[in-house]
Write a protein that binds this ligand. Structure first.
Ligand code: NAP
Length: 350
């Protein structure tokens, strides 16, 4: 891909979101002209941090309204842009009533809408899609036949469905759809960022995100009796934002990128927090046995199928390609966790 013209605006979709807000902040600090889509410009509280960023960088940030479910709604925002960073997609794993309507349709039709608008906009040279590790694997058990239980970008999630891990299914279908639309043309190229679980301080004080909820539950007593014996990949939100920018601006960047710093168990996460905070918060100190997880798991939204395929099942993620292709340096997870709690405490959210 030829170099992106640094004077052209860069579009970030889902601009008020947790990851997108850091991307926008970094782009503005680097002097770029930024466009961001939000669902509703009159939701002042939700976009307050973008208003503040706009005041800090006068004339550099423009907000557009667009909804993943409204065909053509991204066209105006995309016009004249060479680089599109498409982060918008519903991200929640609890309280799903209708997975098709709440997750699959916005993720897949939204990606289609954005990329069809890209096809209609001759200025676009590159699209960076925020996919997920969830498009690489569904359950930890998916890694059982890989050396060291370690997966890389060559894997695709083939185990999630509408009824089991529907969020992971939405991300898998959306990324597949993106590659399909990309492969049918040759004018713009596609690079994906596939983050593991993203943690770290937010630019905003929004408390409705899955990442924020997880961190709150590690210190507010929800897990006080113990955590399930589960592992997860963790990455800092600021590193994920920088990965998007590198993926957009590095002409040679190519393909999928597992963006993850380290794979840790829940109890290892708790230990890092306990070592730092001592008795200040109700941080769990132990793991609950798998049998007990089967009994109480459903009260925490964990199905038996989920428990059997994830609890006590090791896995790991290979981040070497993202380091090599995008030049990322991942910050230590301890820094991510502590800075996240510090920010939640400053915002009186823990
Ligand atoms: P987030 O704060 O919930 O951001 C999601 C964004 O998508 C929000 O800006 C939201 O808009 C937007 N969105 C949802 N439905 C929409 C619709 N119908 N029309 C327009 N916009 C819509 O969560 P996030 O963590 O930043 O997620 C951003 C991306 O990263 C998502 O694609 C997610 O799947 C991916 N991801 C996240 C993680 C993680 O651990 N956080 C890990 C891997 C991948 P509103 O602001 O209006 O709600």
């Amino acid at each position: 891909m030829p170099e992106i013209n640094r004077n052209k605006p860069i579009l970030v979709t889902g601009g008020a979101g947790y990851i997108a807000s850091w991307i926008i902040k970094f782009l503005l600090e680097d002097g770029f002209n930024v466009r961001a889509t939000v669902r509703n410009k009159s939701e002042e509280k939700k976009i307050a941090h973008l208003t503040q960023l706009s005041q800090k960088h006068p004339g550099k940030l423009e907000l557009y309204e667009a909804d993943l479910m409204k065909q053509g709604s991204f066209l105006n925002a995309i016009r004249d842009c060479e680089l599109i960073l498409h982060t918008a997609s519903p991200f929640f794993i609890d309280g799903i009533k209708n997975a098709q309507k709440e997750l699959i349709e916005p993720a897949v039709n939204g990606t289609k809408n954005v990329l069809e608008a890209v096809n209609e906009s001759p200025s676009v040279k590159r699209v960076v899609l925020t996919s997920s590790v969830a498009a690489v694997m569904g359950d930890n058990i998916d890694a059982k036949d890989s050396p060291g239980n370690r997966l890389n970008e060559e894997s695709w999630n083939v185990t999630s469905s509408l009824t089991h891990q529907p969020y992971a299914y939405s991300k898998t279908l959306a990324e597949r759809e993106a590659w399909r639309i990309h492969d049918a043309q040759s004018r713009w190229d596609l690079v994906t960022i596939n983050p593991s679980f993203v943690l770290g301080p937010s630019v905003s004080d929004r408390g409705d995100g899955t990442s924020v909820n997880f961190m709150r539950s590690m210190v507010n007593g929800k897990f006080a009796p113990g955590v399930p014996d589960m592992m997860m990949g963790i990455v800092d939100v600021r590193d994920v934002a920088k990965a998007h920018i590198a993926a957009g601006l590095t002409p040679t960047a190519k393909g999928r990128h597992l963006t993850t710093a380290k794979t840790l168990s829940f109890v290892e996460v708790a230990k890092i927090l306990k070592d730092h905070y001592g008795k200040k918060y109700k941080i769990p100190t132990s793991t609950i046995p798998k049998l007990v997880t089967y009994i109480i798991g459903p009260f925490f939204g964990l199905s038996w199928e989920h428990i059997s395929k994830n609890v006590g099942v090791p896995f790991d993620l290979d981040n070497s390609y993202s380091i090599k292709d995008l030049g990322i340096t991942y910050r230590p997870v301890s820094e991510t966790l502590v800075e996240h709690i510090e920010q939640l405490a400053a915002s009186k959210m823990v």
